[in-house]
Write a protein that binds this ligand. Structure first.
Ligand code: C5P
Length: 398
């Protein structure tokens, strides 16, 4: 019960994503939190007070001028009786009102009157998100110390594609856990690389690999849940990045290395990315054409090894560097040699032979290789591997 005894005031704004907030309430209560919901007038157009109350197991607050409520619990007290105020979905309108300091309804009045930390989970149409006014408001809110989770990129209810989707309830719950846990990794800054890299051949073609980024995202979420500040450097992965991280999207190995260097100093670096070993030595700046003269010759050159670079001794070397080794044979022997070769502290090794079903699946079976030797972990979900790794890291640092 990671949120036992934690009180969350949940403001539900008016957007189609409000339906996800119902699931968020369940997730928070599963973790032991109590949830006091505030439904804006627009929010009530998308979810009913009855369903919110039933899931929260609490009265729903809806109207600033309800005299009964003022007698029972005034809005000032309501705004201060929580450990965290979460606004989900935070619409463009709510963000604008917050940035301007409006107090035009119960939600905005609570947000203005509070001395409690505030987290917003934006959700809106991609054009509204990208609009200069929203981006200005976002910068203002960040400057006011408000934590921002998401939004994610993807297909939207309005049929458009891009950033604006509300983060998933599990991601929001993890970010809330991180904010409230004061967990064993609080104050620790951890770099996680994830996903594949894309190495251009010409402006429209690239060399890629099948990494989904699932294990890296799960690790970042687990670290966040223990209170770490996570810098998440990801290639173009299928798995959406977790909320609550300092997100850096890159395409190539060179860009990934630059983003990792810029993130230093960190206490821990975890290299879960499947970095392409090679890139095209001189990618063409215009689209290569089919020619009668024969096939194009691609000359390859080696990419930088990010794990080995971060492991090099020096003042910026993280206290703990963790690499991954996906092997199909002699897993422990090969991974132990890899640990030596790369100079990292731990290797998380796994057997990715097709018969294991690990590649692309939701389970993993890993061996942790440290200077003390090899330690086999039972088969478990990628989320559980991540959670167990995060706990081991916390134990190693403390
Ligand atoms: O050498 P191999 O690719 O098997 O090593 C895997 C480990 O090295 C992973 O932790 C991966 O993130 C890291 N790596 C890296 N940069 C590369 C190649 C691999 O950080 N160019």
């Amino acid at each position: 019960m990671t949120l036992a005894n934690k009180r969350i005031l949940l403001i539900i704004g008016g957007g189609i994503a409000a339906f996800k907030t119902l699931d968020l309430i369940r997730r928070l209560r599963e973790r032991g939190a109590s949830v006091t919901p505030v439904l804006t007038r627009a929010g009530a157009e998308f979810v009913t007070p009855l369903s919110v109350a039933a899931l929260a197991g609490s009265k729903v607050y809806t109207d600033l001028f309800d005299l009964t409520d003022e007698a029972e619990m005034g809005h000032i007290q309501l705004s201060r009786s929580a450990d965290l105020i979460v606004v989900a979905p935070a619409t463009a309108d709510l963000m604008a009102k917050m940035a301007q300091g409006h107090a035009s309804d119960l939600a905005t009045t609570l947000l203005l009157a509070t001395d409690t930390p505030v987290m917003i989970v934006p959700a809106m149409n991609v054009r509204m998100w990208d609009h200069a006014a929203t981006q200005r408001n976002l910068a203002t809110l960040r400057g006011d110390g408000i934590a921002v989770i998401g939004p994610e990129s993807g297909d939207m209810a309005c049929g458009e594609h891009g950033p604006g989707r509300m983060s998933e309830p599990l991601q929001i719950a993890a970010a809330i856990e991180g904010a409230l846990s004061g967990g064993p990794l609080k104050g620790r800054r951890i770099l996680v690389t994830s996903g594949p890299t894309h190495e251009p051949i010409d402006p429209v073609r690239y060399i890629a690999n099948r990494s989904s980024g699932a294990q890296g995202a799960a690790i970042a979420r687990a670290l966040t849940a223990l209170g770490a500040e996570v810098v998440f450097v990801t290639g173009p992965a299928d798995t959406p990045p977790p909320g609550g991280v300092d997100l850096h999207r890159v395409e190539t190995a060179d860009q990934m290395l630059d983003a990792c260097r810029a993130a230093l100093p960190v206490d821990v670096a975890i290299c879960a990315a499947a970095v392409a070993d090679w890139r095209v030595a001189s990618a063409s700046s215009c689209k290569m054409k089919k020619t009668k003269g024969g096939l194009p010759q691609l000359e390859l050159t080696e990419n930088p090894d990010i794990l080995a670079t971060l492991s090099q001794p020096g003042p910026q070397r993280p206290a703990l560097v963790v690499g991954f080794a996906a092997e199909t044979d002699d897993v422990i022997e090969n991974a132990t040699a890899k640990r030596q070769r790369k100079g990292c502290d731990w290797i998380v090794a796994n057997d990715v032979s097709p018969q294991t079903g690990i590649m692309g699946g939701s389970d993993n079976e890993v061996t942790l290789i440290t200077d003390a030797g090899a330690e086999g972990w039972p088969r478990m979900s990628k989320d559980e591997v991540a959670a167990r790794l995060a706990v081991r890291i916390a134990a190693d640092l403390n």
